[in-house]
Design a protein around this ligand. Structure first.
Ligand code: NAD
Length: 291
């Protein structure tokens, strides 16, 4: 397939390379990045010319909408636009409407699995859009990922993504709080891990990504909290979840608190650039009054 890939950053470049390795013809475009091994055009419009499928992997909804406008203006009827960025549910639905009016397919297909998953081709895709468009794109998702879930109509991929990451932010803070409390009560971290990871307090945050160094599986905690999944990306996703919750009048008190804690950590403390599990040393250094 002739594929245009717009947004060749940390995630987009390895995803595009995996498609190319699998035999697809890729023309890329990025306003800054020019990764080795990908032929790049000088604009979205030029990259999209002659493409059957356009994939975008961009920082936010404003940029994704602007790039979608450029692409949709030149794509022929019957083409397919797939946005893999994490953006507002409403922004994804707005792009879907414009695409539908022009007879162009659209899927919102955000991912989890991070930069490692993008390089290894083991991402999880959560996809919103029609059955027909999903079936067309499935072989591409299978190259870039190992798990693909069709979540329903346009915007539902983004909905699944922000709900998942809201749970992740909340459980990570909860896990870190419990470790910090256990420390102060004199419980060894290894004993804490052995109990919780096999008891009802278990979650991905402790079992697969334990925030305590030297305990549990290898995780960013064992590497000085170098990101993995940066605290500012968690803050971005929590903000998207709270914007969506406000628009839908949904009660998400813990999601709102998680957003406030990550905002404080990233914007007023030293959290930017650190892994999102670095909430543990932050809480461990605090007393009750400083939280
Ligand atoms: P990134 O900043 O590394 O890459 C984004 C790229 O888009 C940059 O290279 C930038 O130059 C380019 N860009 C910006 N405006 C552009 C434009 N108008 N036209 C063309 N290119 C443009 O970000 P990333 O880490 O690759 O993340 C991309 C998306 O994936 C984000 O929405 C993010 O939330 C999501 N995501 C990231 C991760 C992760 O671990 N990094 C995990 C899951 C989802």
């Amino acid at each position: 397939m002739q594929i245009a890939f717009v947004g060749l950053g940390n995630m987009g470049a390895p995803m595009a390379l995996n498609l190319q390795k699998a035999g697809h013809k890729i023309t890329g475009f990025d306003t800054v990045a020019a990764p080795d091994g990908i032929a790049c055009a000088t604009s979205t419009t030029e990259a999209v010319c002659g493409a059957e499928v356009v994939i975008t992997m961009l920082p936010n909804g404003t940029i994704a909408r602007a790039v979608a406008d450029d692409a949709l203006a030149v794509l022929p009827e019957g083409a397919l636009l797939i946005d893999c960025s994490t953006i507002e549910v409403d922004a994804a639905r707005a792009i879907a409407e414009i695409a539908a009016a022009r007879g162009i397919g659209f899927l919102d297909a955000p991912v989890s699995g991070g930069v490692g998953g993008a390089a290894a081709g083991t991402l999880t895709f959560m996809v919103g859009g029609s059955e027909v468009d999903f079936a067309r794109a499935a072989p591409l998702f299978e190259i870039m990922g190992q798990k693909v879930v069709h979540c329903g109509a346009a915007g539902n991929g983004q909905t699944a993504k922000i709900c998942n990451n809201m749970i992740l932010g909340i459980t990570m803070i909860g896990t870190c709080e419990a470790f910090a409390l256990a420390d102060k009560l004199g419980l060894e971290r290894q004993a804490m891990f052995d109990v919780v990871s096999t008891s009802s307090g278990a979650s991905w945050s402790i079992n697969a990504y334990c925030p305590a160094p030297g305990v549990g599986p290898q995780s960013p905690a064992d590497n000085g909290y170098q990101a993995g999944f940066a605290a500012e990306l968690m803050l971005k996703d929590l903000r998207l979840s709270q914007d969506a919750a406000t628009a839908a009048d949904a009660a998400t008190p813990l999601g709102a608190l998680a957003e406030a804690i990550y905002a404080q950590f990233v914007e007023n403390e030293d959290g930017r650039g650190k892994d999102f599990s670095a909430i543990l040393p932050r809480l461990a250094a605090m007393g009750r009054k400083s939280t």
